[in-house]
Design a protein around this ligand. Structure first.
Ligand SMILES: [Zn+2]
Ligand SMILES: [Zn+2]
Length: 139
């Protein structure tokens, strides 16, 4: 491996570890800021590229945020469906069995043989939704 290749691998590992240690979805900018403290020489473009590479390799999932910002979370390749809280950015894996009826009905209705699907649901998690309704009730 060339020295440049080695450096690239090391940078990817740093980004992968930072993402894996994050409990919530992180935008590239947020992750870049996290990494900066320990690795000030790692550039923002490198973080972006490393994140995209992780998505390509099935090690991470990408989510959309307001304003066309992408957020990422480290993820097993087997997870295809997620519940994404838009308030606290917590991401929960949604079991395949939860979406199986939906895929079956799509298959019937459109006469389409679904091979695989990736579904992300955006909204409020129990904690954030509960807090919001408590606040509303207190008014
Ligand atoms: Zn997942
Ligand atoms: Zn939440």
């Amino acid at each position: 491996m060339t020295s440049q290749g080695r450096r690239l691998t090391r940078q990817r590992v740093i980004v992968a570890e930072a993402l894996a240690s994050a409990k919530r979805a992180q935008s590239a900018q947020e992750l870049f800021e996290r990494i900066q403290a320990d690795h000030p020489t790692l550039g923002r473009a490198t973080v972006y590229r490393a994140l995209e590479a992780q998505v390509q390799d099935g090690m991470a999932s990408r989510f959309e945020r307001d304003g066309h910002v992408s957020a990422y979370i480290a993820c097993d390749a087997e997870h295809h469906h997620h519940l994404v809280c838009t308030e606290c950015q917590r991401v929960e894996d949604l079991d395949e069995s939860a979406v199986a009826p939906l895929l079956a009905s799509v298959g019937r209705r459109y006469e389409f043989q679904v091979d695989h699907a990736a579904l992300d649901f955006y909204g409020l998690c129990r904690r954030c939704g509960g807090r919001r309704s408590t606040r509303a009730a207190g008014r």
